[in-house]
Design a protein around this ligand. Sequence first.
Ligand code: B12
Ligand code: SF4
Length: 457
Amino acid sequence: MQKIMSKLRLINPNSPLTTITLPDVITKITMGRRGLFMPVNLAICAAVTPPGWEIEIVDECIQEQGHSPRADVDVVAIGAMTTQAKRAYELADAYRKLGVKVIMGGIHPSALPEEALEHCDAVCLGDAEGTFPNALNDIAAGNELKRIYNWRDYPEAPIVTPRKDLLNPKDYLVYNPIQTSRGCPHNCTFCTTPAVFGRKYRQRSIPSIVDEMKAAQETGSNFFIFSDDNFAGNHRWALELCEKIKPLNIKWASQCDILISNNDQLLAAMRASGCQGLIIGLESPNPKTLTEAHKNYVKAESYIQRIKKIQSHDISLWGSFIFGFDNDTWDTCRATVRFAQRAGLVMSCYPILTPYPGTAIFEEYRKQGRLLTEDWEKYNGATVVFQPKQLTTQQLAKAQMAAFCDFYHPASAFARLKLLPLKKNSWLANLAIYWGFYYYYQRHKQGRPLPTFRMDA
Ligand code: B12
Ligand code: SF4
């Protein structure tokens, strides 16, 4: 039997209370699940932890009461998106006061390592696979921890299979996410993926993906979300993956860029391997906005034709748009929602433009004095944290809500989804989201009417 060397606690800090992730709203729209997405990042950290460590994962996002730091472990490792950073630092400070060593990683500490180092002993930059075991080995060997473990120093470390056995699938709506690749070859100026990880597209070994799926099938899972940045960053590899997973007879969904519409062979292989739907970052149907966002690998004028092509393969589309670019007005935001309805998207989302640290627009807005706050908790896509150009902050916030409420209104759902052929899951998701907004306005906004673009700004 392996001797226990030390105790390790991995923590997913609470996300701030934003509209879409308010715990009571989540519980309502997910019919009882406590969280949306299993924290795969920590399950990966657990998977690369060297033998001999006793591991516990604490997911604050599914807890009613926050986690209370206790000095009953030797090391705490905390992951954070930007919106989780404030809570992550509170936990890190509290653990350090108790004399526990703290390691931080994830997208925010990777973007701002110097800031994170004010609260922890070491930062793992980028992917955990190479960095995290080395940090733990240094602790186990009694070596001094380096301040920074940089993933670029471990280029050979492969993407591993996460230890999902340490989490309870019943806690999550998406209880079986699978990461097949990381990164994106594009360079949109608002996106943290190329800003923090560069543009190198990293693929996981196909046999390890297939094995992870087979193991999940044994526990009754047959629907998978591929939680990639861009499933189609390498068409040849994606085609091979589809061919290998086809015999598993599964259903899956993922996100990718719209250039997939160029490749009929890949689209057909995706559908044949069980692809039901794709989330595509469209940002805006306005060509000026795409230019502003440096999303120059595609022309907005070609969107409808590309969307129709993907839909013709019987793959449903979820469009992701962003509100708040300098070109945006109340009217362009309304036009975006009307576009999403006209395009027959089954789902869509409208986050508020957020200048995440590390991105080009963060630097640009900071130089222009347009950042209204650096309270990271507010960097959640549901709060206006910069001064928009053609809208007030209130108008921008209202446009986001009007977009969700108009798009998911049952009449809009009926026009997009029709009754036949019955898209049961899309209907359920649309009604659940509309119900979530209705509940939110009743419960948290004193019963005020839902915003709509039929009103003026
Ligand atoms: C699933 C997902 C979610 C899930 C939950 C994620 C979770 N479990 O916490 C949900 C749907 C809830 C979500 C919400 C949001 N998300 Co999100 N999400 C993702 C997505 C698609 C996959 C995350 C994932 O599981 N990745 C797989 C893991 C393995 O990758 P990873 O987290 O990067 O982890 C690796 C490294 O970063 C590192 N690492 C990570 N943590 C740690 C910890 C330690 C200790 C160490 C050593 C290393 C380490 O090692 C890991 C393995 O190599 C990513 C995009 C992506 N592909 O990563 C966006 C992403 C993380 N989300 C993002 C954003 C912006 C949001 C929202 C703010 C969006 C919005 N407007 O609503 C909200 C936040 C809402 C809120 N109130 O909190 C951004 C983060 C930007 C930023 N700077 O914070 C991302 C990167 C997408 C993007 N390109 O912009 N999201
Ligand atoms: S295509 Fe998507 S993932 Fe890639 S850089 Fe642009 S926004 Fe980011």
